[in-house]
Design a protein around this ligand. Structure first.
Ligand SMILES: Cc1ncc(COP(=O)(O)O)c(C=O)c1O
Length: 393
């Protein structure tokens, strides 16, 4: 039986740079001791207090169909959090609750792109972006940045790259680069959206992981609230990756259509998970800082280790749970380096090539094992790089 092109073409075909990841998983399954610095998953689990709230909600009977837009309490909690952090008036009518940020990205592109229309995004990118756009029936167009600009898009790149598109997807703090867009980049993004009449889809799932500078939501820029859909999630902020809970914040009319879409796709998010999320947001900023704390520490360990050598350079690690390392001085590309590091040192990292063409010759290191194991793995990675560079010389 024929399967639709929209689905068979989701991955776009070709090598996707994930061979290293799958090889690491096979080695682990075969019992090998591999240090995994690959995907964005905390080394802690969801807190006992949040799980307790989830359990109480489930035992209390919140296990039937939940309200499709989200519970009034959670929509209000998310709206209050966004209003407090951005200063943009935001109410429950601006929020729809989704099963995670990924589902929110898919819904946002379904809302904004008609079949065959162009949806722009920034390269390097979170690995699912092009497939999410294709899955929504739109055509992905990468705006390819360069390491020289720390992978921040320039105004010229944004203007040219969004011409004829209907939406632009940006992500700050950024996965995979760890870069945070400052006021200048955000002003360029807003200018391109206004000049080319685009929806901005702003993926802010790492908004609590900020090490250097500040996170500014582009929805707060002049003229942007009416054309911006913010994607948020509890996955990274509260170590709730498995609970699948996130949201879209946007203009009321758009949210109305997204609720209609949810009615015909997900039919909402489990009520006991929403109650746990409401409880978690009610715990305030301190809990979020605690969840982010280990990454802040490991980022400091990374900077200290990098300062002791001069082969590997870092893209400024300003936020998120990753550091992006420039290993071009070793003469190896990201994929060859990552494969040999896995084979020789049993350390798994992601080649930059897994995140588009811009980050070739780089590695993304997820800071997702305990401090001692992380420091040891990083030291061995840097020693490996120094040996490669020496052999090359
Ligand atoms: C940039 C970015 N956006 C969205 C997501 C999706 O997160 P979730 O669906 O767990 O909320 C991730 C997950 O790693 C991510 O890195």
């Amino acid at each position: 039986m024929k399967i639709s092109d929209r689905i068979t073409d989701i991955t776009g075909g070709g090598s996707d740079g994930w061979d290293v990841f799958y090889k690491a998983r096979r080695m682990i399954a075969a019992g090998e001791a591999v240090i995994e610095l690959t995907i964005g998953e905390h080394d802690i689990r969801t807190s006992a207090a949040i799980l307790d709230a989830m359990h109480k909600a489930a035992i209390g009977g919140h296990t039937g169909y939940a309200m499709v837009p989200g519970t009034p309490a959670l929509r209000a909690a998310v709206a209050a959090r966004i209003a407090a952090r951005t200063g943009v008036p935001t109410g429950p009518e601006n929020i729809v609750i989704t099963p995670g940020g990924q589902a929110a990205l898919f819904a946002a592109h379904n809302l904004t792109c008609a079949h065959g229309e162009t949806a722009a995004f920034i390269d390097p990118y979170y690995a699912t972006y092009p497939g999410t756009i294709r899955g929504a029936g739109a055509r992905p167009r990468a705006i390819v940045t360069t390491p020289e600009s720390d992978f921040r898009p320039t105004r010229a790149q944004l203007m040219a790259g969004t011409e004829g598109a209907v939406s632009l997807l940006v992500n700050t703090p950024n996965n995979p680069t760890g870069v945070i867009y400052g006021p200048e980049t955000l002003a360029d993004i807003a200018a391109a959206c206004i000049a080319n009449d685009l929806w901005l889809i702003s993926d802010e799932v790492y908004d609590t992981q900020v090490w250097d500078g500040a996170h500014i939501s582009p929805r707060s820029l002049p003229g942007m609230a009416d054309r911006t859909l913010v994607v948020g999630s509890m996955s990274k902020s509260h170590a709730m990756t498995g609970s699948r809970i996130g949201w879209i914040c946007g203009p009321q009319e758009a949210i109305g259509h997204l609720i209609n879409l949810a009615t015909h796709t997900t039919y909402g998010v489990p009520g006991f998970v929403q109650d746990a999320a409401t409880f978690a947001l009610g715990q305030g900023d301190a809990v979020e800082a605690e969840v982010a704390g280990p990454f802040r520490r490991r980022r400091a360990l990374t900077l200290a280790a990098l300062a002791r050598q001069n082969v590997v350079k870092a893209i400024p690690a300003q936020g998120a749970m990753y550091v992006m390392l420039d290993i071009r001085a070793t003469g190896l590309d990201g994929e060859a380096f990552a494969l040999r590091l896995l084979e020789e040192e049993k350390i798994a990292v992601m080649p930059g090539e897994s995140f588009g063409q811009a980050a070739a010759g780089h590695l993304r290191v997820a800071m997702t094992v305990d401090d001692a194991a992380y420091a040891d793995a990083l030291a061995r990675l840097l020693a490996f790089a120094e040996r490669q560079a020496a052999t090359r010389a």
